[in-house]
Design a protein around this ligand. Structure first.
Ligand code: ATP
Ligand code: MG
Length: 263
């Protein structure tokens, strides 16, 4: 792995890039995943590489919804497994969700490599591997249509970090709640999801684990109110407005004035 000095002004971003490249070398991530990561980086740069209030609000609704759901499932792809395997396992435990591997570019080696890393991080069970992905989502033509009959097929709520737009749409048509984590508020995934967390998975998944522990003791009624008071249109609008305000600010003050303010 390339050594990046912690003093480098782009340290965090470069480390994440290295983690994705490492994930590629280990057979978790595909080349297309590197491109997807680059697009995420660009949006994160514009957003100031921090978690904004609109993402926090979406995460609160998402965690409440997962705690209320009968059968929540966390769908994991290569990039997610490379970036936040431990946090995915902790979130699944904290909200009582199952974990399922779901890949656009599916090979047996890759699904097994992803399941292995999740197990190394403490997952008891990983669905969607090999023959377990025996059910299909109607009207979906990519490999992402293959799902586990014990997981996504029967889920009422699916958390999809870094999802594909087509499948988000197909899952919604099946009547499921879809929670997306996507730095691009314009993507079809972001626009089609029931709850969209416009934030980096490396910040949002650990934050969701914290929220899950905080919310676990709450009455169902309180959780229901958090979910029913949530409006995804408004939150997506706020994310887009924040991008516009950030661009105005950067145009006026200069891009690098803000660089120390990213944490
Ligand atoms: P869609 O299929 O939803 O229309 P797309 O085809 O434009 O979207 P994909 O390649 O399918 O994009 O998905 C990659 C998405 O994941 C991009 O929107 C990108 O911004 C986002 N993304 C990449 N890395 C991260 C990350 N670390 N955290 C959050 N989002 C990310
Ligand atoms: Mg896509």
């Amino acid at each position: 792995m390339v050594r990046i000095p912690p003093s480098h002004p782009r340290y965090v971003s470069l480390m994440l890039r290295e983690r994705i490249v490492e994930g590629y070398r280990k057979g978790l991530v595909v080349l297309e995943g590197l491109i997807a990561h680059g697009r995420g980086e660009a949006f994160d740069y514009i957003l100031g590489e921090k978690t904004h209030w609109f993402a926090e609000e979406a995460m609160r609704a998402a965690v409440a919804l997962m705690l209320l759901s009968k059968h929540p499932v966390i769908s994991v792809n290569g990039n997610t497994a490379a970036l936040v395997p431990g946090d995915i396992v902790r979130l699944a435990e904290a909200v009582g969700a199952r974990i399922e591997v779901n890949l656009f570019y599916r090979t047996k080696e890759r699904e097994e490599a992803i399941a292995r890393i999740l197990r190394e991080h403490g997952a008891q069970e990983v669905l969607g591997v090999g023959d377990d992905a025996s059910a299909t989502i109607p009207e979906l033509h990519s490999e992402r249509r293959r799902v586990s009959p014990r997981g996504i097929l029967v889920a009422d709520t699916v958390l999809v970090p870094l999802e594909d737009g087509d499948r988000t749409e197909a899952l919604r048509r099946m009547g499921k709640n879809v929670i997306a984590i996507d730095l691009n508020p314009f993507s079809r995934t972001a626009q089609m999801a029931s709850i969209t967390i416009v934030d980096n998975v490396v910040r949002s998944v650990p934050r969701m684990v914290e929220l899950a522990h905080e919310f676990r003791g709450l009455e169902e009624e309180v959780l229901r109110r958090i979910v029913s008071g949530y409006d995804n249109r408004r939150i997506l609008g706020e994310a887009i407005r924040t991008i516009r305000l950030r661009l105005d600010e950067l145009a006026e003050k200069g891009v690098f004035v803000e660089a120390g303010d990213y944490a």
